[in-house]
Design a protein around this ligand. Structure first.
Ligand code: FES
Length: 165
């Protein structure tokens, strides 16, 4: 809370999808080892980074998240053999989609973090919070409602055109 204005200071909201076998365990280790990382991250545990559908990421951003972090096993270490490679391919594609939508690609980050790398979880989360703080709020829910208004207008115009055809 700002003392001068009485308004609450904006803090980035980050959703993290962590693989159960590596990054989630590393985040647990970081907690047990009392390695302090920013509290801005809400962690969702999945069995493999390959389970992260691009839809989950877009939905997170559309629901008000300012950034999304995905954590998976190092290449060659995925318990389901190729889940992390699948995630990497989707991630690269998604970055292009986000850029075409005018969303900074730094808002979505993919990291390989093994179960023993508690320190890396801390570093990555703190670094991501700093990056997103510099970028500012994404505000996608507001932009999406603007798209909705455009769509309603297009539908209305189409209806009028069809009625007079
Ligand atoms: S099991 Fe961890 S990324 Fe696949």
């Amino acid at each position: 809370m700002s003392e001068r204005t009485g308004k609450k200071k904006w803090e980035p909201k980050i959703i993290a999808f962590f693989c159960n076998w590596c990054t989630y365990t590393a985040a647990d280790l970081a907690g047990v080892s009392r390695l302090k990382y920013a509290p801005n991250v809400k962690v969702i545990r999945l069995m493999c980074s390959g389970r992260v559908d691009p839809q989950f990421i877009l939905q997170s951003l559309a629901s008000g998240a300012d950034g999304v972090l995905i954590g998976g096993c190092h290449p060659g270490d995925c318990h389901y053999s190729e889940g992390n490679y699948k995630m990497l391919r989707r991630f690269r594609l998604l970055q292009r989609v986000l850029e075409s939508m005018g969303i900074e690609k730094e808002r979505v980050r993919l990291e390989w973090i093994s179960a023993s790398e508690g320190e890396k979880v801390k570093t990555v989360i703190n670094d991501m919070v700093e990056t997103i703080s510099k970028l500012g709020p994404l505000g996608l829910p507001g932009s999406i409602s603007m798209f909705d208004e455009d769509l309603t207008e297009i539908k209305h115009t189409n209806k009028e055109v069809l009625e007079h055809a």
